[in-house]
Ligand binder design. Structure first.
Ligand code: CMP
Length: 139
């Protein structure tokens, strides 16, 4: 089915001018960008967005990283977009990521791993709503 998923191009990638190269991988996989904006997240936004991880030992580090530089938040649309985007991203830990994936090619570490993507339809819907209004989604 045609789905929408939520993506973040993270600070380690925007800082190294990799935005276009990452978007090319999404588009080459058949994902369409239906919304996109470059933002500098506030601490409050990052803490709320990653609220599910608030008890993890890396939470503080994760929030500090996500507010360290601008990010690009996007909505990607396509056939099985959630799974397809996860394939394009590769494993969370770049050491385990498959050849040709974003994280294999660009990620620096498990924390500075260049991209975020929703993991399920419910989280995709929540994450899209967190950053975008309906009017900003242009299919
Ligand atoms: P993301 O998909 O954005 O969702 C949670 C993030 O936490 C994850 O990507 C990683 O970047 C980050 N993360 C997961 N495990 C660790 C870890 N051990 N140390 C630092 N960051 C981590």
């Amino acid at each position: 089915a045609i789905e929408r998923t939520f993506s973040i191009i993270k600070p380690d990638a925007t800082k190294r001018n990799l935005t276009g190269k990452i978007i090319a991988k999404f588009e080459d996989a058949g994902l369409r960008i239906v919304a996109s904006k470059r933002i500098h997240m506030s601490k409050e936004q990052a803490e709320a967005f990653y609220g599910v991880h608030k008890d993890r030992p890396f939470f503080g580090e994760l929030v500090d990283f996500m507010i360290s530089e601008p990010v690009v938040v996007q909505v990607l649309e396509g056939e099985d977009a959630i799974a397809k985007n996860r394939e394009v991203m590769g494993a969370t830990n770049p050491a385990e990521a498959a050849e040709g994936t974003v994280r294999k090619d660009f990620a620096l570490s498990i924390g500075e791993n260049s991209v975020h993507g929703s993991d399920a339809p419910e989280t995709a819907a929540e994450e899209i709503k967190f950053f975008f209004s309906d009017a900003e989604l242009v299919g």
